[in-house]
Design a protein. Structure first.
Length: 443
């Protein structure tokens, strides 16, 4: 008895399953056929709509430092100090001492130039004192000349009456002439003093310039970071003698990075023009309609970047034009405060570039357009119609249709073989293809 029950427990479910399968097979409808008995194919279709979308292209870009610094020796000498901050890969704040060159010779040159400047300054002061003294002496000598002239006049009158001899008169004339010569010499010397003063002032200015140059040379013996940097390759060691122009080390700004992405002109034109016949490039100074985002691995959201400029020429090897983007560390921290700034020079990143929004455009999957610019339209009687279309730009898996189809029409979403004009088909709406089109308008 127990064995019979076990057999029934196995056979009854099997029999129920077989019965259910027979019913399903008997009730299944076969493929539809037309009046001639030919099978009607099922095709995926989408409904043509006018959509507002954002043209976008993707490219790979290379990260470079926004600012790079090649520290070059401005003076020569022996390197007497290389600080612990000067190590490859170390982040250094601005205005920090990194390296020092021996400054003894430049300190002595500064002291010598300062001494020459002080001597020239003292000579100018001495000249001013001499000028004041000579002006006072000239007043006295001029008064003495007046008295000598009066005395000569009196002696001439006496000589005319025979009171004094001719010898006495000549002696008085000689005294007068000597006094007049003394006055003239003082005046000549005073007239020369301004020229002497200009010469001394020029010497003083030359000494001041030498002093400033020597002071700058002393400052140049100390190499400091101009801003916050990351140290790159270091090319000197303590004790090494360097000459002006020697490359000491390299560094870059780690707070601002640039990304250079290269695009063929045809792909760039999809962002800057509505049709392939329009100008493929915008004016270099007008980048307001271009947007950019970085797509970084491990970061759930795209990172906005600033479009700076185009490169100056096409890449000779790839025949592409570069577009330069910038992203700053402070912008990154605003979006991702818990994550460190991830960009390093030399990294490859994926870049998404966007153009100005387009309105009322017709987009279709690229698989809908055949090689001869023909799409398959399903008419109201569910028959195929081959339609020639005018094609605009291509955006990834989508293509813009400028003319040939109208909103509301049904277009075959994929390839159909054979595509016979007037053939009856069974259209099935393709939600995936429609979603692809709608995603073009997503931010």
């Amino acid at each position: 008895m127990p064995s019979v029950r076990r057999k029934l427990a196995i056979l009854l479910p099997m029999a129920a399953g077989i019965f259910l399968v027979v019913i399903l097979v008997a009730s299944r409808s076969g493929p539809q056929h037309n009046a001639q008995g030919t099978e009607i194919p099922v095709v995926s279709t989408i409904q043509v709509k006018e959509v507002d979308f954002l043209p976008r292209v993707r490219a790979t870009g290379t990260v470079t430092a926004g600012r790079s610094w090649r520290a070059v020796a401005e003076v020569g000498g022996r390197v007497e100090l290389v600080t612990d901050l000067l190590q490859t890969g170390k982040a250094v704040e601005g205005n920090r001492l990194l390296l020092r060159i021996e400054s003894t010779d430049y300190d002595n040159a500064l002291a010598d130039a300062h001494a020459v400047w002080l001597a020239a300054k003292a000579q100018v002061a001495e000249l001013e004192s001499r000028r004041e003294s000579m002006k006072a002496s000239l007043l006295l000598e001029a008064r003495a000349l007046e008295l000598a002239e009066r005395e000569l006049t009196r002696q001439q009158d006496l000589a005319a009456t025979g009171t004094i001899s001719q010898t006495q008169l000549e002696r008085e004339e000689r005294s007068f002439l000597q006094q007049r010569q003394s006055v003239q010499q003082l005046r000549n010397t005073l007239n020369q003093l301004p020229h002497e003063r200009e010469r001394l002032l020029a010497q003083q200015e030359s000494a001041r310039a030498r002093m400033e140059r020597a002071r700058r040379d002393v400052e140049r013996t100390r190499v400091q970071s101009p801003y916050a940097v990351v140290i790159g390759p270091v090319h000197v060691n303590t004790g090494q003698v360097v000459s002006p122009g020697t490359l000491l080390f390299e560094a870059h700004d780690h707070q601002s990075m640039e990304v250079v992405a290269h695009l063929p002109l045809g792909r760039l034109a999809t962002l800057t023009s509505s049709t392939p016949t329009e100008s493929s490039l915008p004016p270099r100074q007008d980048l307001t309609n271009l947007g950019a985002r970085l797509l970084l691995p491990g970061i759930p959201e795209p990172v906005s970047a600033e479009v700076l400029r185009f490169t100056d020429a096409l890449d000779q090897r790839t025949r592409t034009l570069g577009i330069v983007l910038r992203i700053n560390a402070w912008q990154w921290q605003q979006s991702f405060p818990a994550r460190p700034f991830p960009l390093l020079p030399g990294m490859f990143v994926e870049v998404e570039l966007t153009g100005a929004p387009r309105s009322a455009a017709i987009l279709l999957p690229r698989s809908s357009v055949r090689q001869d610019s023909v799409v398959l339209v399903v008419d109201s009687e569910q028959r195929l119609e081959r339609r020639q279309v005018s094609i605009g730009h291509r955006y990834g898996e989508l293509v813009q249709i400028l003319d040939g189809v109208k909103p509301g029409e049904a277009v075959v979403a994929g390839d159909l073989m054979p595509a016979i004009e007037g053939r009856t088909v069974e259209p099935r709406f393709s939600a995936a293809s429609q979603q692809l089109i709608e995603s073009a308008g997503a931010p």
